[in-house]
Write a protein that binds this ligand. Sequence first.
Ligand SMILES: CC(C)(COP(=O)(O)OP(=O)(O)OC[C@H]1O[C@@H](n2cnc3c(N)ncnc32)[C@H](O)[C@@H]1OP(=O)(O)O)[C@@H](O)C(=O)NCCC(=O)NCCS
Length: 144
Amino acid sequence: MILRLALPQETAALAEVEAGQPRAAGWGKQGLDAEIPQPCSRVFCAEENGQILGFLALRAAGGTAEILNVAVDARHCGRGVGRSLLRHALLELGREGVLHVTLEVAQDNVPACALYAKGGFVRLGTRKNFYGPGRHAWVLGADL
Ligand SMILES: CC(C)(COP(=O)(O)OP(=O)(O)OC[C@H]1O[C@@H](n2cnc3c(N)ncnc32)[C@H](O)[C@@H]1OP(=O)(O)O)[C@@H](O)C(=O)NCCC(=O)NCCS
């Protein structure tokens, strides 16, 4: 598996992965096209045999970063792709001097909560109704 920055011409493949995961942020190709050129944006992807297996999008500025969107191809879930993407992103952020990373995750999103907990994230707070009525978010953070 290769972990690297996604290229602007790969947004259709990223969007296809995202479309198969309703709990991802739902940016679609248009959102990804708008995100990748942003100066603070980093969209990392995992590739195997020329196929995009998943991606993790974040923004970094001023020593902090926020993870905004993560999706792994449903056919490749449970084999370490998400963990590898998260580890790679945190390593790259550490290299560029980022000290603190945050994100929001739905409290009932068991796979994502477990992924982040194993990745060293801790609960910083709650955002009530963040994803709609009765659908609360954890605010998670990790120091690098
Ligand atoms: C969350 C997601 C990215 C995990 O990707 P993945 O490649 O399947 O995860 P990995 O195989 O790397 O697993 C890493 C850890 O995540 C957790 N995890 C993954 N799938 C899980 C599941 N179905 N149930 C519980 N925990 C799970 C485990 O802690 C696992 O560690 P372990 O294998 O040592 O137990 C993937 O399920 C996904 O795309 N979900 C939909 C989109 C989403 O929720 N995005 C996050 C929004 S904030």
